[in-house]
Design a protein around this ligand. Structure first.
Ligand SMILES: Nc1ncnc2c1ncn2[C@@H]1O[C@H](COP(=O)(O)OP(=O)(O)OP(=O)(O)O)[C@@H](O)[C@H]1O
Length: 296
């Protein structure tokens, strides 16, 4: 894509967001207006049908260009799903829709079987149990690893009231559990700014885990990590699978291979919709996929 085109698209996105924010040209979402509904309390999400996330026919246009084009996708409860696709396939836009950052022009998005994500604001979506990890680590560099986790606990309303007194035994246990899980137990008192890139990524994942999200969205989590860090990250995600649903957007095929263990479903996005879905080996052998992505 030429720089001019990229600039046009960036401008279009700003205009698109501004239009939606002002309500001008507001479009219908899945046949309903995109007004905000009541917030469902965390815990009231209904996963009894086994589906954690359901995207149906989602379209997002930026000035006529369809970043998502009738995208439909479903993630099961406890599933670890890797999403791959070339640059510009729509992966980030998809995460933006799920987290309420971008409103689609059409389609439906639900969390569990009861919660309409298109009716919730970004902060409400975070509160009902959808956590997002951006590519770049964002931790409080001046604070220790422990303090970062403690602060993340404070972001959880249920914990906030008691945090300003003393951490309860239960909260200390939770921090201990998470710090062990993210391989930072021996670094608990270390200033976060002194951690390696990979350790910062784990810390941020730990901070998300403090809020016990039901669904975790992870955008290129191993970019910039060493091989050893990448391997440990795979182990971490595999240990979270089952208790959380995970959607991992990644370009690193070795990592995707580790995560999918030769049997899990991988989704390939291209031009804003699903191009192929299946086991990694199968999608890698798929001619359409080779043409648009892997063969390059
Ligand atoms: N703000 C925007 N305005 C216009 N077009 C945009 C905007 N944001 C994204 N796009 C376009 O939508 C398409 C999908 O972008 P998106 O960032 O979702 O892709 P991606 O799969 O995440 O790519 P990458 O792997 O490079 O991160 C791209 O063609 C991109 O240029």
């Amino acid at each position: 894509m030429t720089p001019d085109l990229m600039e046009d698209r960036a401008l279009a996105r700003v205009e698109h967001d501004a239009r939606l924010a002002s309500g001008v040209g507001k479009t219908e979402s899945g046949g309903r207006s995109a007004s905000y509904g009541r917030l469902h309390r965390a815990g009231s999400v209904d996963f009894t049908h086994g589906v954690a996330l359901y995207l149906d026919d989602i379209t997002v246009s930026f000035d006529g260009f369809k970043a998502l084009n009738s995208l439909s996708l479903s993630i099961n409860v406890g599933e670890l799903r890797c999403i791959i696709g070339p640059n510009g396939a729509g992966k980030t836009t998809m995460m933006d829709v799920i987290t309420g950052k971008t409103r689609p022009d059409a389609g439906r998005a639900s969390f569990g079987s009861t919660i309409d994500l298109l009716r919730l604001r970004e902060n409400e979506i975070a509160q009902i149990g959808i956590g997002r990890k951006f590519q770049k680590p964002t931790v409080y560099e001046e604070l220790s690893v422990f303090e970062n986790l403690e602060l993340a606990l404070a972001a959880d309303r249920r914990a906030r009231a008691s945090l300003f007194h003393r951490l309860s035994g239960e909260q200390l246990d939770r921090i201990g559990e998470v710090i062990t899980l993210i391989h930072l137990k021996t670094e608990a008192q270390r200033t976060a700014g002194l951690l390696s890139h990979g350790q910062k990524q784990w810390l941020e994942i730990g901070m998300l885990l403090m809020q016990d999200p039901k669904l975790l969205l992870l955008d290129e989590p191993v970019a910039g990590m060493t091989d050893e860090e990448t391997e440990r990250t795979a182990e971490l995600f595999l240990s979270l699978e089952g208790q959380h649903s995970l959607v991992v957007v990644e370009h690193d095929m070795k990592f995707v291979d580790q995560l999918t263990e030769g049997r899990k479903t991988v989704t390939v996005l291209h031009e804003g919709s699903v191009l192929a879905e299946g086991k990694l080996a199968d999608v890698q052998a798929n001619e359409k996929v080779v043409e648009v992505y892997l063969g390059r």
